[in-house]
Design a protein around this ligand. Structure first.
Ligand SMILES: Cc1ncc(COP(=O)(O)O)c(C=O)c1O
Length: 355
């Protein structure tokens, strides 16, 4: 006998990328930033480790929201902080969708959208991207309560233009969530669309471009009525004291973030060329990772396993449309050179099943 609700029993749950306990891996599997957080962030964290930790944090993370509003040119009333953007995704589903409600998202994309729909006992409407990762004509689902788009998308790294997103926002029922976890690694984003559409929510995270995956801080930008409603749904203290301190300092230090982004974009180009020369098909990436499709006769799974034996972790998804691909996080130039060297060796010797 199970004590759980039937729909919870039926679901498998989200499986995050591997986080090995020992530090001996070259870790290119979960899209973390290879560079450390800004020195200003580390200093403000050190200064905040004191007796004030006995007190609860500011429930609405005012300091961070003021800073975000200043930097992004919006109002603090249009911002809500979360314990990573995963927390905000969960708050959104709980705020706008109930049992049986339609929740729309493209495939393949961030798998958490499916998990959250299942948790809520909603009706997930998973719609295939076209072959080149544009949105298909039937992406608008009548009566949908929530539509998610990761933009740029993970795991493809591809991007849909803000103009097309704006058109979509005018057509759909319910709210449109643009998950911009990787937006700092490209040139365009959808933040200005909040001015034009009362149903758009933009999500950002500090886990990628700001090198703060370990801190757990994300934020949502949307019109005031959406933010006010979602404030009722969140945990009272969903972001801790140190998270607020780190986020405020990180957003304040735009130079540090942008310097790392420049380095990562350069390494991204370098890796793209190297993979193409080896014969991989590389999807155009607007992120801090690359999706590379293996050439005919080469098993992506075996490549992944052989790399792992050599202590290099990349991401392999054993699912439709991705089982012939590797997703590789952009590391430091040294890490990427090590990856390229090992890939070349493996392809050359044709380890059993690879070639
Ligand atoms: C598209 C997308 N959204 C959200 C997240 C989660 O970000 P956070 O660390 O802020 O929870 C990720 C993490 O990999 C992601 O790829």
């Amino acid at each position: 006998m199970s004590y759980f609700k039937e729909h919870i029993d039926k679901m498998t749950g989200y499986v995050p990328g591997e986080q090995p306990k020992d530090g001996i891996y070259t870790k290119l599997n979960t899209n973390e930033n290879p560079y450390p957080p800004s020195q200003k962030v580390l200093n403000s964290l050190r200064d905040s480790i004191n007796g004030s930790l006995r007190l609860y944090p500011d429930p609405i993370a005012t300091a961070a929201r003021l800073k975000i509003a200043e930097v992004l040119g919006t109002k603090p009333e249009r911002i809500m902080a979360g314990n990573g953007s995963d927390d905000l995704l969960s708050i959104i589903v709980r705020s706008f969708a109930g049992p049986g409600d339609k929740i729309v998202f493209p495939y393949p994309s961030y798998m958490l959208y499916m998990t959250l729909s299942e948790l809520q006992n909603g009706t997930p409407c998973m719609i295939d991207f076209t072959e080149d990762y544009t949105l298909p004509g039937d992406f608008v689902v009548k009566g949908a309560k929530v539509t998610f788009i990761a933009n740029p998308n993970s795991p493809s790294g591809t991007m849909i233009s803000p103009r097309e997103i704006s058109r979509l926002a005018s057509k759909i029922d319910g709210v449109l969530v643009i998950d911009e976890a990787y937006a700092d690694f490209t040139d365009e984003n959808c933040v200005p669309l909040v001015e034009q559409h009362d149903n758009i929510l933009i999500l950002r995270t500090l886990s990628k471009s700001y090198s703060l995956a370990g801190i757990r801080f994300g934020f949502c930008i949307a019109r005031e009525p959406l933010i006010q409603g979602m404030m009722k749904v969140k945990d009272s203290y969903n972001v801790d004291r140190l998270g607020i301190v780190a986020a405020t300092a990180a957003i304040d230090d735009q130079n540090a973030m942008k310097e790392n982004v420049v380095k990562i974009r350069k390494t991204r180009e370098y890796l793209t060329k190297a993979l193409q020369e080896m014969g991989f098909f590389v999807y155009p990436s607007h992120t801090n990772f690359i999706l590379a499709r293996c050439m005919d006769g080469v098993s992506a799974h075996n490549l992944y396993s052989e790399l792992k034996k050599r202590k290099i972790l990349v991401r392999y998804f054993n699912i439709r449309r991705l089982d012939d691909c590797l997703r590789i996080t952009i590391g430091t130039p040294e890490e990427i050179d090590l990856l390229i060297k090992n890939l070349k060796e493996l392809l050359l010797i044709g380890v059993k099943g690879i070639k």
